[in-house]
Design a binder for this molecule. Sequence first.
Ligand SMILES: [Zn+2]
Length: 269
Amino acid sequence: MKLLDQPTLLSTGVYLQIPIRITLLDEAIIRSNEPEEVLTFKYKDMGNRFIIPWRKIKGKLRRLVLEKQRGLAIEPQCALKDDLCMKCPTCFLFGGTGETSSANAQYNILSRIYGETFISEGEVGDITPYTANAINEKHQDTLSRDKTGKPTGSGALLSILTVPKETVFRGVVTLKDPTPVMVSILTDNINRLSRIGARSVEWGRVRTEIEGYYLSDREALSIYLTLSNVTQPALTGLPTEQTIPPVDNAYGTLNEQVKGLINSLAGGS
Ligand SMILES: [Zn+2]
């Protein structure tokens, strides 16, 4: 199999899978009293693991890709909060909907980068979550307050869990319909992923490493299966017969290609 020469609007069924390892360089603290912030998960066959939901990794990665793009002065007005330009390399790679753009785009872009839940290599050990009163930093008490500082309820309970430093998280990032320039942009930014942050998590510094590549007509790799000791296909390097351009050039090339595709999508006007 080869990488595609040109980006495509419709899927051609080529997948580049990139397993990555994220190692915590500092101890991290998970604070959570929100049901959607599931950060440990009990697997039936692998026991209790720390997990990082893919949307957190994706959000961080998208931010990095966009910041670098801005540094190259490509669509610098494109912004993550409801102001996507819908015509830049970042929007093309990570997707967006017409409604979330100030451009009033009449089309959606599906994400070409997706991934799975990142799972810790080891089980959550003898660390037990405990519940503590959330301290309101400004008022030094445990009451939640509205904007004016008026107490809105009783003391908030917060569960706190520490994740030991050197904990290794593993997961697979998949790039759909990959071209050499898309690979260049994605891998450069994966390698620059040095912090993971989220609202109710204090993650410190991380080290991110690409374990290898697997180019296929299907999504064959899964870290869940790897950690469950199911034999997975052997990883390879990137195809050597195709040149992966330097990242700065890659942004420029993809920007031109995306403009052409969007133009055809918007009816050639
Ligand atoms: Zn954009």
